[in-house]
Write a protein that binds this ligand. Structure first.
Ligand code: AHR
Ligand code: AHR
Length: 515
């Protein structure tokens, strides 16, 4: 908590003086602000193996030991200005503090993922396609905080509707040419929609037929294929099919995977392809499939077109969710040994979850009232309207009531050192105040929404639990009053600002999630 307060003060000072908060961000993750240049990045390893990268995207680090250019671009809501985010040193980690300083007090979206390969294969906002209109949404820049090599960094958080694409590439495999690719994903952020992909797709954003794609898919869609267990699975999106092995549909050798940080790899050449994956934090890659092209027409030979997609299907299907940290595509079919060396490099950089105080973004929680009236009551949203209230929840409550009282912790939309709370059963809708009353509402990308939906935890006013300070009304805290939820001052003009029981009403216990 002390670090957070210090950081917020440092950010305010930085805003006032125009200096950056490199030190503050480094302090947050307990390391120095300088970065040790990696001697080798994944793309150096692929090059040594004779299968060089022809696209290399990451918001967290350089993928070549010598890369010192921009990693990605953000655009802020307050004035639509853009800023390239680079590395702390050649071959090193993202300069997340530069993003924090540029985006302080407003919201930022990730507009471009630059191609580090020198081929100009950068990714930007995906256009409309055959399956869905466009342009697609852009990822909020602070929604996927991590640490990598001990440094704060941000991933690309793909909600349904978000997508990146490049339909005018150079050097990416076409036809039946061999290629490889890997990506690091958040293995706990997925769904069954079509299709959270990274890789090769059609250059016109249309479904042009079987074999016109070759991309890594991650999620638990069973619409085309599946593996063992209930998912999620790493599969290959080869167009009109997510393939878990040689068979259309089920292949027993493709296991469900659950790593928080997942390395997923797909490679394909003439009548040969493979799926490999592993825990990005530790250990090697396992081979889930290695063999001939699928038993279905149109996939041998392949008809790859060479566009690159992230977060969407080949025809811009965009019902899927996921999180991307880094990924590359190669020219040529990489050997298992080369991929194993890349996985060792990934292990060594140490992807870790970032925490905000005692909270881990992505975790599910429930918030329990502490006032004597209400010690069985939890913060929950209504079903008939958007209001947020407190009501008793117990083991015998309905599944809907339990889900209504469950929240997914997010790094604060307006301030990543604070918190936002996303409804567990209304994805994309956040706890926000409006006219000082709490509601659930979908983010509209505005700075005001981000602030209304950001709360900074501090020790509970009553001595119990935590109190949650409004980011844009620092005198007001998350409070229940007459069983409805507000932001309230300790004495003030609104009835819910009543000084009576204010300390208790603004003190909350963070509990295990009800769903
Ligand atoms: O192959 C699965 C999906 O089918 C592709 O991503 C999309 O283009 C099509 O709808
Ligand atoms: O809740 C107080 C203010 O009410 C919010 O900041 C704004 O969204 C609305 O006008």
């Amino acid at each position: 908590m002390a670090v957070r307060t210090w950081l917020r003060r440092a950010q305010r000072t930085a805003l006032a003086t125009g200096t950056t908060v490199v030190l503050a961000a480094a302090l947050l993750v307990g390391t120095e602000a300088t970065s040790q240049a990696a001697t080798q990045g994944p793309c150096d390893i692929y090059a040594a193996g004779g299968t060089p990268c022809v696209a290399a995207h990451s918001t967290t680090r350089a993928l070549y030991g010598a890369y010192s250019g921009a990693l990605y671009q953000v655009r802020r809501g307050s004035d639509n200005a853009t800023r390239d985010i680079g590395v702390l040193s050649a071959g090193g980690y993202a300069d997340a503090a530069a993003q924090d300083a540029f985006c302080a007090g407003t919201t930022c979206l990730i507009t471009v993922l630059y191609d580090q390969s020198g081929r100009g294969n950068s990714l930007s906002q995906a256009p409309a396609g055959g399956a869905a209109s466009g342009p697609d949404n852009l990822a909020p820049a602070t929604a996927a905080p991590v640490t990598v090599g001990g440094h704060a960094a941000y991933g690309v958080y793909v909600a349904a509707g978000t997508g990146y694409r490049n339909n005018h590439t150079s050097g990416i495999a076409t036809g039946d040419q061999p290629e490889g690719m890997y990506a690091i994903f958040d293995g706990t952020h997925f769904d069954g929609g079509c299709c959270f992909d990274y890789g090769n797709a059609e250059t016109n954003s249309l479904d042009t037929g079987n074999g016109h794609m070759e991309a890594i898919y991650f999620g638990n869609s069973k619409d085309w294929g599946s593996g063992a267990g209930s998912g999620p699975w790493v599969m290959a999106d080869l167009e009109n099919g997510l393939f878990s092995g040689a068979n259309v549909g089920y292949n027993a050798n493709d296991p469900s995977v659950s790593h928080r940080f997942l390395t997923a790899a797909v490679k394909g050449g003439p009548n040969q392809w493979a799926i490999r994956a592993g825990d990005a934090q530790t250990g090697g890659l396992s081979t889930y499939y290695n063999g001939a092209r699928p038993n279905a027409s149109g996939y041998n030979p392949m008809h790859k077109e060479g566009a690159i997609i992230l977060g969407i299907g080949g025809d811009n299907s965009k019902a899927s969710i996921g999180t991307f940290y880094e990924g590359v595509m190669t020219s040529g079919y990489p050997s298992d040994a080369t991929e194993n060396a890349v996985q060792a490099n990934i292990n060594a950089v140490a992807y870790r979850t970032a925490s905000v105080g005692s909270f881990t973004p992505g975790a599910r929680i429930s918030l329990k009232a502490t006032t004597a009236c209400c010690t069985s009551d939890y913060v929950r949203h209504d079903d008939a309207d958007t209001n947020v209230v407190i009501s008793p929840i117990s083991g015998s409550s309905s599944a809907t009531d339990k889900a209504d009282a469950t929240w997914i912790v997010r790094a604060g939309l307006a301030d990543s050192t604070c918190l936002s709370f996303e409804s567990a059963n209304l994805p994309g809708q956040y706890l926000r105040h409006y006219n000082f009353q709490l509601h659930v509402a979908a983010g509209d990308g505005s700075a005001l929404f981000a602030q209304d939906a950001t709360f900074c935890p501090q020790a509970g006013h009553s001595g119990q639990g935590l109190s949650f300070q409004s980011a844009n009304f620092p005198g007001k805290y998350l409070r229940h009053y007459n069983y409805s939820a507000y932001i309230a001052a300790d004495g003030g003009g609104n009835t819910w600002d009543s000084a009576n029981a204010w300390s208790d009403d603004t003190s909350w216990l963070v509990t295990q999630p009800w769903s």
